[in-house]
Design a binder for this molecule. Structure first.
Ligand code: NAP
Ligand code: SF4
Length: 647
């Protein structure tokens, strides 16, 4: 691949960026925590350098106390945070990287209980995703805030940031001023379009005054709010023009407010599915424009760069710190691609936990999981080529150990081989491709279609055997169970499915199977569980979009019942609320009733032979079968061997 655009430098005032990729702002959940300071600095430093993103933008750094986004945010108004910022910029510069500070104010999205001061907004209107009614800003408050932005800009420059990004999208304070949905003021800061844009423009002017003429200012503006009664497409273009007129150096186009009910970055959104607004803005201004959302592949980035000046890729750098170095070195197959699952990044951020990555658990742990060859080379045998086993093999090999991997099926990939059949989970292919490439590159000996017996294992004289033998689907005890089909058969295309379907089990897999069937044109689907809610266990950022999609496609759900009997014609249940029996007709009944650990008997007494055994992933704990934990455990036993529990 000959890169024409990706590695073309771009000049922003005094700053030269060596390529056209910005690592977009992400809240990491490590900011402002003393314990996580080293983790935060190592995270950004690892992503810096000649072949790192042209520019990194930090997570939002609050310009004033009431604008904090919650726990673990940095603030320009806290002395000690300025010390951390200086350490951060020094470390990034030492690694030859470039980093911009995001000037942030949450407005009505702030939590007064966490911040200890009431939240504020242009008008006292509560957000639908929030309990608090913010206080209306007075004219004096607004003028003070402009000074806070200016002060933040001055401090950002003083502590060594190479640029600032003014956060004006995603429904935060500046966006709240811009939108008629949230700005009902009748003074000069609200009402008509000019008045609503006044705050954004005054912030830009104050920051420009503070940082001087040679310093780059990025303005992150919303290209599409995706909430009712908000800015119009015409207003969005007008705003971009005004920002250009008032000396923004580059426009970074955000999509969707946090309170929007339209999924914008989940796996179900096609790659670059929201690029249109950035293209429209690009046609209307002469300053550079950055496109964002679901751009996870350098080839796609290159294509977009024929129409845009830069692309923003945030989560893809969580998944692979060396994404651009690999692209430059023509090693695209080695890229660990972000699959847009949100499970270890956004879901963690919403839970107030430090961010990491499902496909790269080293993200956020770079300071303690250093990659250096082990002093003593171990012989490691991994049994099971699902994600837990593949990661255990990969990370041991990366640390210089000799690794053999056995997989009973004809291909490695485990549950991901099933998940990739779900229409919205095509990205899982990338993870399987990544592991295949890496295991080969690192010299892991892979044996497929083979279940070694204990003697074969002993013949390796292993220092460590990793049992990553995964799970088997649970077959509940229900009379007539033989008439039901376990979900793996359906997903691998071996089971016949009629027009009217019942799925027993309404967890993540039940929802996935529903998507699979919808794609095949089957819409009469009833998801059942005995107690509880549909889709329990799915991450916060994915669940609502997934359930909304299923509902829109006619999938129905019932709970509070017990299963009595499965027949070729359907399912007999008892309604636990009425105590009455009912017969639910169905052509096909599918079992998605969870999984059970799979540890074949032949391995059970291995530990008595004096070998270190580690059981990981679904084999260790099927109840919470989840890819995030499985991959994490695979890496952990390599990077923290002292934590291996000998079984
Ligand atoms: P799950 O989420 O634990 O759901 C299992 C379902 O089976 C439940 O609805 C449960 O409902 C039912 N069940 C359990 N024991 C049963 C029994 N003896 N008889 C009948 N029904 C029974 O498991 P899963 O759907 O297999 O998913 C496995 C894991 O993968 C979960 O952690 C899930 O979150 C994860 N996953 C995640 C995604 C994602 O997109 N993030 C997608 C797929 C899977 P009742 O007990 O109430 O009947
Ligand atoms: Fe991407 Fe999922 Fe990793 Fe987040 S956790 S960076 S969405 S692969």
């Amino acid at each position: 691949m000959k890169w024409e655009k990706l590695f073309e430098p771009i000049q922003l005032r005094r700053l030269t960026l060596p390529n056209r990729v910005m690592m977009g702002s992400m809240h990491l959940g490590m900011e402002g925590s003393k314990d996580q300071e080293d983790a935060l600095i190592s995270f950004y430093t690892e992503r810096s350098g000649d072949n790192g993103p042209g520019l990194i933008v930090t997570g939002g750094i609050s310009v004033s106390p009431e604008g904090d986004g919650g726990h673990h945010f940095l603030g320009f108004y806290r002395e000690d945070d300025l010390r951390v910022m200086k350490r951060l910029t020094d470390s990034v510069h030492e690694a030859n990287g470039r980093i911009a500070a995001q000037l942030f104010h949450a407005g009505r999205y702030a939590y007064s209980q966490m911040n200890g001061v009431p939240s504020v907004a242009p008008s006292p209107i509560k957000s639908p995703i929030h309990r608090e009614v913010p206080e209306e800003l007075t004219e004096i408050d607004i003028l003070n805030l402009l000074e806070s932005y200016a002060e933040a800009g001055r401090k950002a420059k003083a502590v060594g940031f190479d640029a600032v990004e003014i956060m004006g999208s995603e429904g935060y304070l500046i966006n709240q001023f811009l939108s008629p949905r949230t700005n009902k003021r009748s003074d000069k800061w609200g009402g008509n379009f000019d008045n609503r844009t006044r705050f954004a423009i005054e912030v830009l002017k104050s920051v420009r005054n503070a940082v001087g003429d040679d310093y780059p200012i990025i303005f992150r503006m919303s290209g599409l709010d995706l909430v009712p009664d908000s800015s119009t497409p015409e207003e969005t273009i007008q705003l971009a023009k005004k920002l250009e007129e008032h000396e923004a150096d580059i426009l970074n186009i955000g999509i969707g407010w946090h309170e929007s009910t339209v999924p914008t970055i989940s796996m179900m959104v096609p790659r670059a599915g929201f690029i249109e607004p950035a293209l429209k803005i690009k046609e209307s201004v002469n300053i550079p424009v950055i496109g964002s959302n679901r751009i996870n592949d350098p080839l796609l980035a290159e294509e977009l760069l024929y129409k845009l000046d830069m692309v923003s890729m945030a989560r893809p750098f969580l998944a692979d710190a060396n994404l651009l170095a690999k692209a430059k070195g023509q090693a695209l197959d080695q890229i660990n691609t972000c699959i847009a699952c949100n499970q270890a990044c956004l879901d963690h951020a919403f839970e107030g936990k430090a961010v990491s990555c499902l496909v790269n658990p080293r993200a956020g742990r770079e300071h303690k999981w250093t990659i250096k060859k082990a002093d003593k080379t171990k012989t490691v045998v991994v049994i099971g080529g699902g994600v837990a086993g593949m990661e255990a093999a990969r990370s041991h090999a990366e640390l210089g150990h000799t690794v053999t991997l056995y997989e009973a099926n004809e291909a490695i990939g485990g549950q991901f081989n099933l998940a990739r059949k779900i229409p919205i989970k095509k990205e899982f292919d990338e993870t399987i491709r990544y592991y295949k490439t890496e295991l080969n590159r690192l010299g892991v000996q892979i044996n497929v279609n083979h279940k070694p017996n204990a003697d074969e294992l002993l013949a390796h004289s292993p220092d460590l055997v990793v049992l990553a033998t995964g799970v088997v689907p649970r077959l509940p005890v229900i009379p007539g169970i033989k008439h039901a089909i376990p979900y793996p058969e359906i997903l691998s295309g071996n089971g016949e499915v009629g027009k009217k379907v019942i799925i027993i089990g309404a967890g993540g897999i039940g929802c996935d199977v529903s998507h699979f069937l919808i794609e095949k044109g089957i819409h009469d689907i009833l998801l059942l569980r005995r107690n509880g809610k549909m889709g329990e266990g799915l991450g916060k950022t994915t669940k609502w979009a997934m359930l909304q999609d299923l509902k829109q496609n006619g999938v129905t759900f019932r709970t509070n019942l017990s299963y009595e009997e499965i027949t070729p014609e359907g399912l007999k249940i008892t309604n636990s609320e009425t105590g009455k029996q009912e017969f639910l007709e169905a052509d096909t009944i599918i079992l998605a009733a969870g999984q059970e650990s799979n540890i074949p008997e032949e391995y059970e007494d291995l530990s008595q032979k004096g070998i270190d055994i580690a059981v990981i992933g679904g084999a260790r704990l099927a109840g919470e079968l989840d890819a995030k934990r499985a991959i994490y455990e695979g890496a952990k036993i390599a990077f923290e061997p002292e934590t291996i529990s000998v079984q």
